[in-house]
Design a protein around this ligand. Structure first.
Ligand code: MN
Length: 335
């Protein structure tokens, strides 16, 4: 299988640059042509390397070329003897925002690759194997959307009162941005209740989710939240929300902005209003909490349109995060 194995120890942040560059070269040698695919392979390697540095005090990245029934592909392995992963299922939730905020979820790597295998034993380390094939025989999605978000806590704090979740299933995607009132541990525990509820009940109606989270967080400090459900077959977006999470859509010479009805989930909420929007080609949709300054224009960021959604979100967060709140931004665009 593995024709030309390449291995590197990854310990120091500078090693990341070397594995990124090497991954790009190997991907091209194997025959990957599409810049977008190569970029996704580089992102995957880069994130695996970051995880090794951050969570395992280093480890190994192994890259192999694959050949199977005339198909060619790349295999990337990450091997460490670190502390292992407590809750693989939780770590795999696509877009699950950890308290550390800027960590790329394993769910994202899972989505970028054709196959993903992880074994982890607490105290013994983690082994991840991912594969990506050239010219996959099927489209992974009916309507390929690139969705990425970042969230960071109030400057200087370790826990984040904001959170976001991106859940894909069948031909649907649910996105939620959550802001626990204030910041710090109480805000964090409020938004965790919402995350847990949504993780379990992502396929309920938007109304049911609002009501369910409202009930679930009665004894918390309270939170505000926005939900967007994308229907990938009809290309429709449905929104709802309570409180000031803003959703903006930019298209060719158009712009729309949605602000949810006032209220605090867990305390007092009005009947949620569901809004619908049809997704037109070239749209970009941005959801953000009030830790992001609201006075910005897409034209100042439109030069980033070709970059991955998460990269755009990261850039905007860097630019626009207020210094007195948790901040979250999620970007939705077409591939
Ligand atoms: Mn806030």
């Amino acid at each position: 299988m593995g024709k030309e194995e390449w291995m590197m120890e990854v310990i120091h942040p500078r090693d990341k640059i070397r594995v990124r560059n090497k991954a790009r070269i190997i991907a091209k040698e194997i025959g990957f042509i599409k810049e977008k695919t190569i970029e996704e392979i580089v992102i995957t390697v880069s994130e695996l390397a970051s995880n090794l540095i951050k969570h395992a005090k280093g480890g190994k990245i192994v890259i192999n070329s694959l050949e199977e029934k005339g198909k060619k592909g790349i295999q990337i392995e990450s091997i460490d003897k670190g502390p292992g992963i407590d809750d693989i299922e939780l770590a795999m939730v696509d877009g699950f925002s950890k308290n550390s905020g800027l960590g790329f979820g394993l769910g994202t790597i899972n989505r970028l690759m054709d196959s993903f295998k992880i074994t982890s034993r607490k105290g013994f380390g983690t082994h991840i194997i991912v594969k990506r094939w050239i010219q996959e025989g099927f489209e992974k999605e009916i309507f390929p959307l690139d969705i990425g978000g970042v969230s960071k806590p109030y400057p200087g704090l370790k826990v984040n009162g904001d959170a976001f979740i991106i859940k894909r299933w069948k031909e649907k995607i649910l996105i939620s941005v959550i802001d626990g009132l204030g910041h710090g541990p109480m805000a964090n525990s409020a938004s965790n209740i919402a995350l847990r509820y949504i993780k379990k009940n992502f396929d309920q109606s938007l109304n049911q989710i609002i009501r369910g989270v409202h009930m679930a967080c009665q004894h918390s400090r309270g939170l505000v939240m926005a939900l967007a459900r994308l229907d990938l077959i009809n290309k429709d977006i449905f929104f709802t929300g309570i409180g000031n999470i803003e959703v903006r859509i930019f298209g060719n010479k158009m712009q729309d902005s949605f602000i949810s009805r006032r209220g605090i989930m867990g305390r007092n909420i009005p009947t949620p209003k569901i809004m619908k929007h049809h997704w037109e080609p070239g749209f970009i949709m941005i959801l953000f909490s009030d830790g992001i300054k609201s006075r910005w224009q897409w034209k100042d960021y439109s030069y980033l349109l070709d970059k991955p959604a998460r990269f755009i979100a990261y850039r905007m967060l860097e630019d626009l995060a207020r210094d007195d709140d948790d901040a979250t931004i999620v970007v939705v665009k077409e591939y």
